[in-house]
Design a protein around this ligand. Sequence first.
Ligand SMILES: [Zn+2]
Length: 87
Amino acid sequence: MKPREYPKRLCVACMQMKDKRELFRVVKTKDGTVNIDPTHKAAGRGAYICKSHECIKLAAKKKALSHALKGEIPSEIYMQLESEINN
Ligand SMILES: [Zn+2]
């Protein structure tokens, strides 16, 4: 029997494949709103990022989420991600 494998996703900042549970999902909905998606199930274009300060800083610097989601990411999203880690 194979051990249960969790799906892996690519972090847009460090470009490493990570276990989904170690990643935030940021989603851009059809109307263009960008949200953090704690359920990993919201409809729309999604991008993943590690639950780490390094990756969030790196993503902000590289505008990695903007590239992945093809649109501007409000700075509040990065602040929200940072505060999620601190919780
Ligand atoms: Zn990362």
